[in-house]
Design a protein around this ligand. Sequence first.
Ligand code: NDP
Length: 451
Amino acid sequence: MTLTVLNPATEEPIIELEQAGVEEADAAVARADKALPEWRRVAPADRARLLRRLGTLVEEHAEELAQIESRNVGKPISGARGEVGMVAQVFHFYAGAVDKHYGETIPVAGGVAATFREPLGVVGLIVPWNFPLNIASWKIGPALACGNTIVLKPAELTPLSALRLGELALDAGIPEGVLNVVVGKGSIVGQRLIEHPDVAKIGFTGSTEVGQRVMAGAAATIKRVTLELGGKSANVIFADADLEKAAAAAPYSVFDNAGQDCCARSRILVQKSAYSRFLDHLIEATKGVKVGDPSDEATEMGPLISAQHRETVATFVDEAQIVFRGDAPDDVGFWFPCTLVEATNADRVAREEVFGPVAAVIPFEDEADAIAIANDTPYGLSGSIWTRDGARALRVARALETGVLSVNSNSSVRVSTPFGGFKQSGFGRELGMHALAGYSEIKSVYISTDD
Ligand code: NDP
């Protein structure tokens, strides 16, 4: 079976690829398993050197990778360049982490206990189409640093950057079989990785629905699982905030990547006493989002990933609730305009992940009301708090049931800080030193000091 990879901005085919099935998935697991003993024996400083070389190669091929990602996902080229920059930083960060992932010595009666961080083995990484290379790197970096070998399954819609990264890993000197990329359907290749007895862990990013399947499937072999799933994050604007600054930033916290972002602050909660002033600023700021050709340096928002996804996104928009709808190309490509709707937190647009450029603006009374509305969701991934009152910022930050937050900013994803969700947004942490815990097992060894 072949797979046609499309450019979502033009609907033109980019390439036809062979699609892997169960046999190819098994062969990739066998290659990873074979490469494991040698890879886990590589001295920490040498493993660090290989990861650093991969980071450098990503930097040297940054423009090529950004072009691949921009064409395959429909991302604005400026954003794609930023993402590739982060991929290189991720490999450099984990190169630096390899020999700082210490164990402990614990005094116990009759001797001492020492802990070691052992690799898990072969890990299956299943990644989505919204940030293909970025999200893959968040898993590959710590997995390799800890001495695991990998079978990576990119999303069928966006396999190209992962395939190129596989080649760069070999060029960097990472041995054959350590990083294997298999392009195939989630329901076949992904499912096989979940069930495979020789796969020790699944690192998954995607929908909560498939996340549930990963978790259920992993039970049969007690696989380790980390899940980074959907979100319905709140951008909470208090009346005492710098309203113009908050409104200028808000569109980019939900329309970036055409809203196809698990961290999208797609519920904009605004205190009633500032509601109409904020909404005016928000509409003005949203008018300024530049939507169009992803290869144009000035473009800020491209198309959605597919025709099918555009249909799904459209089902969330109730015409009666629209307060602003922007412009978008209406010929070829899977375009959807920036859309602001006024809603209550009970409406479908405020409860489910839209994964498109649709934001729900929701009024609230006071601090307690803001916290109650923000937490009234099955998700808990990200969010923002805008206020000039420092004590309130901290109180609300502690009260929100969410894994990553920002105060007077919408930026909460960094290479060195932990990223992941509460509630149905998943569990386990990516990025920072915290990610290493998800790719290693602690072993405790007791050494007797008796004569
Ligand atoms: P999925 O969860 O279906 O896809 C994510 C990854 O999982 C892809 O690589 C996919 O493979 C794979 N997959 C699909 N089914 C299985 C399975 N049964 N077993 C193992 N792996 C599987 O997301 P969608 O692409 O369908 O997007 C649907 C919605 O999910 C979006 O609208 C959005 O709400 C949410 N989503 C959230 C993301 C996030 O970052 N948290 C990312 C992507 C989506 P393949 O696609 O190749 O079949």
